[in-house]
Design a protein. Sequence first.
Lengths: 342, 321
Amino acid sequence: MSPLLAINDLSVTFARKSLLSRLINPFPLPSFNVIDGVTLSLMPGETLGLVGESGSGKTTLARTILGLVRAAAGRITFEGRDVATPADFRAMRRRSAMMFQDPVASLSPRLRIGTLLTEPQIIQGVPMPDRRAAAKALLALVGLPASFVDRFPHELSGGQARRIGVARALAMKPHLLLADEPTAGLDVSVQGDVLNLIGELKRELGFAAMIVTHNLAMIRHVSDRLAIMYLGRLVETGPTQDVFSAPLHPYTATLIRSEPIPDPRRRSQNPAVTGEIPSVFRRPSGCEFHTRCPIARDRCKTEAPAYRPMGTDRMVRCHFPLVTGGQEREAFSRASANHRGN
Amino acid sequence: MTGSLSAIDLSVRYETPHGAVHALRHVDIEAHPGEVIGIVGESGCGKSTLVTALANLLPANARIDGSISYNGVDLAKLDAHHQRLLRGDEIALVSQDPMTAFNPVLTIGDQLVDFQHHRKDLGRAQKRARIAAMLGRVGIADAERRMNSYPHELSGGMRQRVAIAASLLTDPGLLIADEPTTALDVTMEAQIIHLLRELRRDYNGIIIVVSHHLGVIAELCDRVYVMYAGEVVEGGEVDAIFHDARHPYTQALLACDPARFHERLDRLPTIPGSLPNLTQPPMGCVYAPRCDRAFAPCGSVAPPLVKLSASHVARCHAVTP
């Protein structure tokens, strides 16, 4: 089966090159790779979790895939066709959809829900004999009462606004759904609701999904595969269950260990990692995680590790991955020893 | 100064053009020096109203019934002047986003000097020395240089550390941390949790941690109050709450947390239904419309607070000691 979406060596550069800054500073400023050499693919019907901390570039990557941010280098292929020109992206966006992070901010406050729900079809020129009926059908799809067509966005609760976000994203029957933090700011009892809805619709409509999030506890249950980002680069990809049970990259292991566990009998003894995520403007030399890695060695400071396959379906960017039974894994466990009592 | 805090039969309502919103109803809580108290609940449960009432920061349209006694003084009855003397000095608040807590045009050092304005006995140099020591204690390397930084020059995690340092500068007897890690990444969250745990070792006052995040509560607190729709529905030792929860809402809330399950779930558990309208709180149990164990009296009679053990209480008709 060929992938629905393939990203090859994608880079995004942010440079300070406004006219004003050029006039003030005639010397060209260095530009920074916020996304650096990302290679990733998504199979039809698959759910990929794109995980990273703030500043890791995960949202930028999602936006670049849909052409909302321009890539500096690399290739995007969607349904077997290269996507490069603005027209290509427009065509791709007819068959893909994005759920933005802030569900209320992404809805115009002056339009009624009915209008907002049918906006995508109008923009894409899809014939729609009865706009109101189409909106009601979409509301039914996401389990909201038909009376919502006349409501305004501010009359919705957080969970309802997400449902509208889901309905709007699915209005065009996309093959790909990009969801940026679909449950950020939601209560746990409502978070499950939104994710179950996306899951059900996915089974029914068969689209593939990329879920951008920092919420590990949630993504564990809703994704087939995980991609972990650090400073604009992928550090690990693999099947979700494998990544959680045996993370290969020390950063992935650190993230998993940092998650507070809702059990007072299993409190963490020490933080799994100290220090903060560095800025892409001052990317560390060698492996960019070496400044915080508990098992970094001299080689990590100077030589950037390659992004290489491990086994059949996993990739890792580390000189000393935490292979099961290997000494690195042991060293990592020792470095964060007594982390949790059992 | 350290003393115990207790709220007895505390109710807060907000007068609005659409009628009174009964945001907090008949809340009883207590906290003793050296304790870390957790207040957990989802949005709309009244946890923010409770801590704003404790910190005496309720808006003008709020009406308080009941009493909040701190160190023998009824906070609800103090005049504005005495409230102000207490707040900041005795009662300190660490907010969710420390960016908004600091003045963007003053350096960290200047602001932290101002925080100590009540210490008339200290000179500016002494105050700066105290700041440097406190910043060091909260894990900020290079404290002297950081004092000359502006808030925007610090990362979120570092700002939260500075906010914690600021709140401790006044030696408060009551430290309220409102969602202290919600705005932070998970690796930073773990570090702040660790920091708060370290600090409590030589802090004798009360720490109240408010969070919707069960993991944070489990990591930090000694005792926990679970709130729903303006009421404390269950309270007890952290272990009892997480391992022997008795109120159906607490049980449902715990069951919803995906962090509790390691095997992939096809459907994540949820709590069907929605919060009751707090302009007209239900006659009976607030949770009854969503409760799967509701029976006859739940809809009409407000449940009593059932004492399950010395410290464990639940407000439910269906529980028995």
